[in-house]
Design a protein around this ligand. Structure first.
Ligand SMILES: [Zn+2]
Length: 160
């Protein structure tokens, strides 16, 4: 992270002065349910009841077998970085204080891929296939947005 004190005064951004970040706008009830489930602090994906394939984005029919039957299953929240890009320009003013940031596609251990943001590391620390884990970013007081951060080292996870 760059040190704000190193920037000339005009480039300092007061996060309090920024507009709120836009929230997802679900287009149908099944997408709405995906976001509602995130508000419990867990990430869920649909899983086909017929062939057991996980899926994302939310949809009404299994792309593998065509079954309309599914359940919502909790994700492990763990995965690998499948792809990313570093965004240097805020295309929405709410993100002005966060550039550069990492827009990412994470492949969850369940096999589904999800567009998200990688937080908790600088763009220079990002590597392909790095292990990542789920976190939630609060947007205001009443919305949780799933994001990912570098996973703690697997071999030190249980150490104090
Ligand atoms: Zn299926």
């Amino acid at each position: 992270m760059s040190d704000e004190a190193d920037l000339p005064p005009k480039q300092r951004i007061d996060p309090q002065a920024l507009p709120p970040k836009p929230r997802p706008r679900p287009q149908d009830p099944v997408e709405q349910e995906f976001w509602e489930r995130c508000q419990s602090g867990r990430l869920h994906f649909q899983r086909c009841s017929a062939c057991h394939a996980w899926r994302h984005l939310p949809r009404y029919m299994c792309a593998r077998c065509g079954s309309p039957d599914f359940t919502w299953q909790p994700s492990s929240g763990k995965g690998t970085l499948f792809s990313w890009t570093v965004t240097h320009q805020a295309l929405h003013p709410a993100f002005a204080a966060e550039v550069p940031f990492v827009a990412a596609v994470v492949e969850l251990d369940e096999g589904v891929r999800m567009a998200t943001r990688l937080v908790g590391c600088s763009p220079g620390e990002v590597t392909l296939d790095m292990r990542v884990e789920l976190d939630f970013e609060p947007l205001g007081d009443d919305f949780l947005l799933p994001v990912f951060r570098p996973a703690e080292a697997e071999d030190s996870r249980n150490e104090p």
